[in-house]
Design a protein around this ligand. Structure first.
Ligand SMILES: CC(=O)SCCNC(=O)CCNC(=O)[C@H](O)C(C)(C)COP(=O)(O)OP(=O)(O)OC[C@H]1O[C@@H](n2cnc3c(N)ncnc32)[C@H](O)[C@@H]1OP(=O)(O)O
Ligand SMILES: CC(C)C(=O)C(=O)O
Ligand SMILES: [Mg+2]
Length: 525
């Protein structure tokens, strides 16, 4: 591939407009500004900052982004109405580079039932709107919603009219995610060959993920002449969301042999902006999400781990570092094999063959591996501290304290209060405590009963089975006097699971302290 044959694909990010249309998401001004700066750092070409006619708040926010964010073109959405276009133009006034994005509908169902216009009226209002928008800027994008359910002959007529009226970017939205890659690619090729025909007009793709085909459709468009992809961080957006920015960018990068294209995205910023958007929108990224999910660069099964340890490329098509993540991680669990087990112990500092206390020969390693599998069967994921306990004590940590009962009082206008009974080596101890919420109340009560108050560093709750009686697993990462441990608690009630996780962490702390005092124990790595 020569440099001259590489096409530049523009990334149009609509996280702040279509992304914010995700049900339940509403970002305030400072959150939007923070995301806009993140997008500029990422190197997107266009930021669609909002739809200014929506509200005074949206207008103000687009104006602020236009004033403050430098680098990308700032775009604002408008219906074909004059008032929308005037409002968009006013909001964009301070932008270094501004684009008005005018949209209409192209499918019969939307024209007839939503716009209540005939196809000819839709063409006429679109032409007027594009011409009017051109009075404010030379950069006008035009979209006809729902093209994949539209009559393609009409689509061609509509877009031809928009180009003649002055549209510089024509965006082909599959608004309801109906198209397949072959159909969508073929339509883009028709638009390229029948209406763009070498003119200086950019073809853009805007896909939704209702059938899980947004990324495939966007890439099919690139194969057929599109040079702009509209997308959102983490694929958020209306219903099932939009094309995920990180997916198309990394597909183009990783398969540049195939697409003969490149984007201007600084890929090492991807993880950072993904985390930012997830945190501010409250939309959790699923573990198995491509590129940015927790598991996207993790290996748990023994055969994969063995392959990756021998040569990374056996199971990895891109480096985690390339998207700003830590190098691929080995998750230790019941599917892990000896190779990964051995490597995990080495990473923790244990010598596998030698004369010191923890020098493990093959027989010792095999015996430990059997215990590791037993533990993984019961527990699922195995953490570094579990491995340390296995090596040093040959068993899971001793449960010095055990929960006898937990009672929690919580609700509106009630200070959350927890009462716990804990079995200790000296008999039952009872303690009651309050907290900001039921979880902190139960943690405080357990600390009081055991006399150990660690500091909470991370907290995660997830469901590990399905249905009404789903078990909640709580992972509480805690720190105590320089020691960091992960407590795990499982129960159908997440408050109880939190209490169990807290106590599990305390038991590990107690076990760690006992070992430190024992003259028989070698230094922990
Ligand atoms: C596919 C997309 O993502 S499109 C963008 C969707 N985003 C949003 O709708 C978010 C912001 N929307 C809003 O705040 C409001 O809907 C507003 C301010 C735009 C309009 O509010 P209202 O005036 O109360 O109208 P309402 O939302 O009830 O209905 C939409 C109107 O826009 C019309 N309309 C829809 N699309 C277009 C268009 N492209 N061009 C012109 N008019 C349009 C509809 O026909 C309807 O008109 P009607 O009231 O005469 O029947
Ligand atoms: C406004 C348009 C481009 C849109 O979001 C869609 O059609 O999905
Ligand atoms: Mg959309």
């Amino acid at each position: 591939m020569t440099a001259s044959s590489t096409r530049r694909i523009h990334i149009f990010d609509t996280t702040l407009r279509d992304g914010e249309q995700s049900p339940g998401v509403a970002l305030n001004h400072s959150q939007k500004i923070e995301i806009a700066h993140g997008l500029a750092r990422l190197g997107v070409d266009v930021i669609e900052a909002g739809f200014p006619i929506t509200s005074d708040g949206d207008f103000e926010c687009v104006s602020r982004i236009a004033r403050e964010v430098r680098g990308p073109t700032i775009a604002a959405l408008a219906r074909t109405a004059r008032a929308d276009i005037e409002r968009a133009a006013a909001a964009l006034e301070a932008a270094q580079k501004r684009r008005i994005h005018v949209f209409t509908s192209a499918s019969a169902v939307q024209m007839q039932h939503m716009l209540r216009k005939t196809p000819e009226q839709v063409i006429e209002s679109s032409v007027r709107a594009v011409e009017f928008a051109r009075q404010f800027t030379d950069d006008v994008e035009f979209s006809g919603q729902d093209v994949m359910r539209a009559d393609f002959e009409f689509v061609i007529r509509l877009y031809r009219a928009a180009i003649e009226a002055g549209a510089t970017v024509i965006n082909i939205p599959d608004t309801v995610g109906y198209g397949t890659p072959i159909e969508y690619g073929a339509l883009i090729a028709r638009v390229r060959d029948e209406i763009v025909m070498g003119r200086n007009v950019e073809i853009s793709t805007h896909c939704h993920d209702d059938l899980g085909m947004a990324t495939a459709n966007s890439l099919a468009a690139v194969e057929n002449g599109a040079t702009q992809i509209e997308c959102t961080i983490n694929g958020i957006g209306e219903r099932a969301g939009n094309t995920a920015l990180e997916e198309v960018v990394m597909a183009i990068h990783t398969r540049r042999d195939h697409y003969q294209a490149e984007t201007g995205i600084h890929t090492r910023e991807i993880n950072r902006v993904s985390r930012l958007v997830s945190r501010l929108t409250g939309m959790v990224v699923p573990g198995n999400k491509a590129i940015v999910g927790d598991n996207a660069f993790a290996h748990e099964s023994g055969i994969h781990q063995d392959g990756v340890l021998k040569h990374k490329e056996t199971y990895e098509i891109m480096n985690a570092e390339l998207v700003g993540r830590e190098a691929a991680v080995m998750v230790m669990g019941k599917h892990s094999g000896r190779a990964a087990f051995r490597k995990a112990l080495q990473d923790l500092g244990y010598e596998l063959e030698g004369e010191n206390d923890h020098g493990l020969n093959d027989d010792a390693l095999n015996a430990l591996f059997v215990r590791f599998k037993e533990l993984a069967d019961r527990k699922g994921q195995i953490y570094a501290d579990d491995l340390r306990s296995l090596v040093e004590a040959g068993t899971e940590v001793e449960q010095t304290f055990q929960i006898d009962s937990i009672q929690v009082l919580s609700g509106t206008r009630v200070t959350p209060t927890a009462t716990v009974r804990i079995e200790t080596p000296d008999g039952i101890r009872e303690a009651a405590a309050t907290g900001d919420g039921p979880v902190s109340a139960v943690m405080n009560a357990v600390s009081q009963a055991t006399g150990i108050t660690p500091e909470l560093e991370s907290y995660r709750v997830q469901s590990v089975t399905r249905g009404n009686e789903a078990l909640g697993e709580v992972n509480a990462g805690v720190r105590y006097k320089g020691m960091t441990v992960m407590g795990i608690g499982l129960a159908t009630d997440v408050v109880e699971a939190s209490g169990r996780a807290w106590l599990h962490a305390i038991n590990q702390i107690v076990a760690g302290q006992t070992k430190e005092k024992s003259p028989m124990t070698a230094e922990t790595p």
